[in-house]
Design a binder for this molecule. Structure first.
Ligand SMILES: Nc1nc2c(ncn2[C@@H]2O[C@H](COP(=O)(O)OP(=O)(O)OP(=O)(O)O)[C@@H](O)[C@H]2O)c(=O)[nH]1
Ligand SMILES: [Mg+2]
Length: 337
């Protein structure tokens, strides 16, 4: 497979492999000894822009026979990635069925796992981030505290700027002055404009003002930040519903993405967040952040099975270019070597 797909915004296989390494190591059998080593192919080298060097040896896992103990261990490891019990049960049932008919080794099992992972993601709704040329495109970004909303907005606006679009940010998190300042710093880094009202202003007023400005001045994208809130705080969720209402009232003719930012490391709890936010804001997609540094990347499969909302973007780190399109095939490829 090519290491690069769909241009810059798609992930490279190597980038994904290194970001998903903790989840990948959880799925892989760490008890298997290394039998021998073989040289790395140039495309597999860790650094994407490294100059051709003497290839380093890459470990090749020992191939073993799959028995019941192996399967029980695999089941535990899959559960630990937070891919969800229903997914694990179904997947293990298929694996056990295949083992019943013939003896199997760990290499063959890996290829069954790969097929199963593809099939879970293939059954889920899929779509890329929407953008309609010639219109003002609105991106409304919501989620619980600290999931990565503001950072993802900064990265997304930078991406839009790289594509030559006119971009406006709305500082709809008026809860803390520091939040507006944080967004303002991102607007400078990304080279985009921002609408910011006085501290503690009504977030609905910020959104109204931003829509008005964006329409009048012909922006291509309006990206709206909101304050983080726990999904079980009814008054805060009611406030969010009001903000969403401002968009519905004043921009119902415009393309809208309502995006929930989920922190991958919160695992299964993210699903509950998604259900409540979806009721309040009619979500159209998920941005799954912090996939780097967590072993719970299996949450992608839970979202696919349980939510009915597509993951559109993934966060693979803290740098500007670390927000990428979610490409299911490449994701599975990176997870199972
Ligand atoms: N490693 C990693 N860190 C991330 C990623 N996305 C965001 N972060 C970090 O997560 C932390 C919180 O990010 P913010 O963007 O401030 O989160 P927020 O959702 O806006 O937070 P509140 O506004 O307080 O609700 C920051 O330290 C970010 O750098 C990611 O994909 N990977
Ligand atoms: Mg924020």
């Amino acid at each position: 497979m090519s290491s690069e797909t769909k241009g810059f915004w798609g992930s490279t296989l190597n980038k994904l492999k290194s970001a998903l390494s903790k989840t990948k190591n959880t799925i892989a059998d760490e008890n298997l000894e290394i039998s021998h080593t073989e040289p790395l192919e140039a495309e597999d080298s860790i650094s994407e822009d490294s100059i051709a060097q003497e290839p380093a040896p890459k470990p090749v896992p020992k191939i073993v026979k799959v028995d019941e103990e192996y399967l029980e261990d695999l089941e535990d490891r899959l559960i630990r990635t937070d891919m969800g019990l229903a997914n694990v049960d179904k997947l293990m049932e298929h694996v056990r069925q295949s083992c019943r008919n013939k003896s199997m080794d760990s290499h063959e099992l890996t290829s069954i796992l790969k097929t199963e992972f593809f099939s879970i993601l293939n059954e889920a709704p899929k779509s890329q981030l929407k953008y309609t040329p010639g219109k003002l495109n609105i991106y409304f970004v919501v989620g619980v505290n600290g999931t990565g909303k503001t950072t993802s907005i900064g990265k997304l606006c930078w991406r839009f700027r790289q594509e030559g679009k006119r971009v406006l940010m709305a500082a709809g998190d008026t809860f803390r002055a520091a939040a507006e300042t944080q967004l303002e710093i991102w607007s400078q880094r990304a080279g985009v404009d921002i609408v910011r009202l006085e501290d503690k202003a009504d977030p609905g007023a910020v959104v109204f003002k931003a829509i008005e400005k964006a329409r009048k001045e012909n922006y291509d994208c309006l990206v709206i930040d909101t304050a983080g809130r726990l999904h079980n705080k009814t008054n805060l969720m009611a406030e969010l519903k009001k903000v969403r209402g401002v968009i519905d009232k004043h921009a119902s003719d415009l393309p809208l993405e309502a995006l929930l930012v989920l922190d991958a490391s919160t695992g299964q709890n993210g699903l509950q967040q998604a259900k409540v936010f979806s009721e309040v804001c009619s979500l159209s997609g998920v941005i799954l952040t912090k996939l780097d540094g967590t072993a719970k990347g299996g949450i992608v499969f839970s979202i696919a099975k349980d939510l009915g909302i597509p993951v559109k973007l993934i966060g693979l780190g803290e740098k500007m270019e670390d927000l990428r399109d979610f490409e299911p095939d490449l994701f599975v490829e990176a997870l199972i070597a």
